[in-house]
Design a binder for this molecule. Structure first.
Ligand code: UDP
Ligand code: MG
Length: 324
């Protein structure tokens, strides 16, 4: 082997593919194959397939372990229980060894075939190449509508540009990964963090496929929780809104009281106003509950953060021996 070719081999860059996986036994077989053919299409790079098993209750871990015996590019982190995708991704950031890292869902909704294009842009100097959904096949009209509305609300309540219709499917340069690792908050909204860190961003478009197999781990309850986390961990605008609403209502109440006081002076007969009284009481009560609720959200957040708990525990880590 000539010295130059030796240097060339050493300089092959490593791309980590991070796959958070929770009960994904149905798709894993397919995923392994797709990742394998992906690696073959870009032979100038080394790959690490980093699986974070997020406390799966099916055979996900066994399948990964078995595959890792024959495929030396596979690393895995087995978390001690299910921590949720956001935390599973953080574990992935901590353990990824690559010069770049691609986050991809296990269910093949994000086509791995897009990764070579991401790598091309990365080589052009972009730090965060994110995939934007052109279509959302296999998702209900209601889900599309609510997600569109949600992005709009989130964008209007913060100064940091949020990428609409993008998930976590993206390539991140090492310096973005190192930046993201420093976010140790327990209430995580990773999508907001990608925007927050900045760096050079590039958008590419793709069609989102329906899930290849298995079932979605999300339901509307979880989605609503993520939505509230997104807003409250990212902006304090709702606190401001409640201040405004409170101010406007107080003003209206003040004018109304003044009217009630001067009304008898003009000879208007004063009837005991049971219904108007009830209306005001109920309305004010509602607004107060809402406001307390919003404040409570932030107080709960402060409470959780002040505990400074470790974010996850690792039951087992296996590192790929991909260097060969
Ligand atoms: N996931 C995870 N932990 C969880 C829930 C989901 O690691 O508690 C992973 C899951 O295995 C998948 C990705 O997060 O790789 C996205 O999950 P899913 O496809 O269920 O979400 P959707 O695409 O419906 O938003
Ligand atoms: Mg999915």
């Amino acid at each position: 082997m000539t010295p130059t070719s030796d240097i060339l081999i050493k300089m092959k860059k490593l791309v980590s593919i991070l796959v958070p996986a929770y009960n994904e036994q149905e798709v894993l077989g397919l995923l392994f194959d797709r990742l394998d053919s992906l690696a073959n299409t870009v032979p100038h790079y080394d790959f690490e397939f980093l699986f974070v098993n997020d406390g799966s209750r099916d055979h996900t871990l066994e399948m990964i372990k078995k595959r890792a015996k024959s495929d030396t590019r596979i690393s895995y982190v087995n978390l001690s229980r299910n921590f949720g995708k956001e935390t599973a991704m953080l574990a992935g950031f901590d353990y990824a060894k690559g010069d770049a890292m691609v986050i991809i869902d296990a269910d093949l909704q994000d086509p791995p075939e897009l990764i070579p294009e991401m790598i091309t842009y990365w080589e052009e100097g972009y730090d965060d190449v994110f995939a934007k959904r052109r279509s959302r096949a296999g998702e209900s009209q209601l889900k599309k509508m609510t997600s569109r509305l949600y992005y709009r609300i989130l964008q209007n309540s913060t100064n940091i540009p949020i990428q609409v219709d993008t998930g976590d499917f993206r390539l991140l340069d090492r310096r973005c990964v190192d930046a993201l690792k420093q976010f140790r908050e327990s209430e995580r909204y990773t999508k907001g963090m990608f925007s927050w860190i900045g760096f050079k961003k590039k958008e590419i478009l793709y069609d989102r496929d329906p899930r290849a197999a298995g079932e979605t781990k999300w339901n509307y309850g979880k989605l609503i929780n993520l939505a509230i986390d997104g807003i409250t961990s990212f902006t304090t605008a709702p606190l401001r809104i409640s201040t405004y609403v409170g101010a406007v209502i107080s003003l209206i109440a003040f004018v109304y009281i003044a009217y009630l006081v001067i009304r008898p002076l003009f000879g208007v007969p004063t009837v005991p106003g049971y219904s108007s009284l009830m209306a005001v009481i109920l309305f004010m009560g509602g607004v107060q509950l809402l406001t307390i609720g919003i404040i409570g959200e932030y107080v709960a957040r402060i409470f959780n953060e002040t505990k400074h708990r470790p974010l996850y525990f690792v039951e087992e880590y296996h590192e790929a021996s991909h260097k060969k």
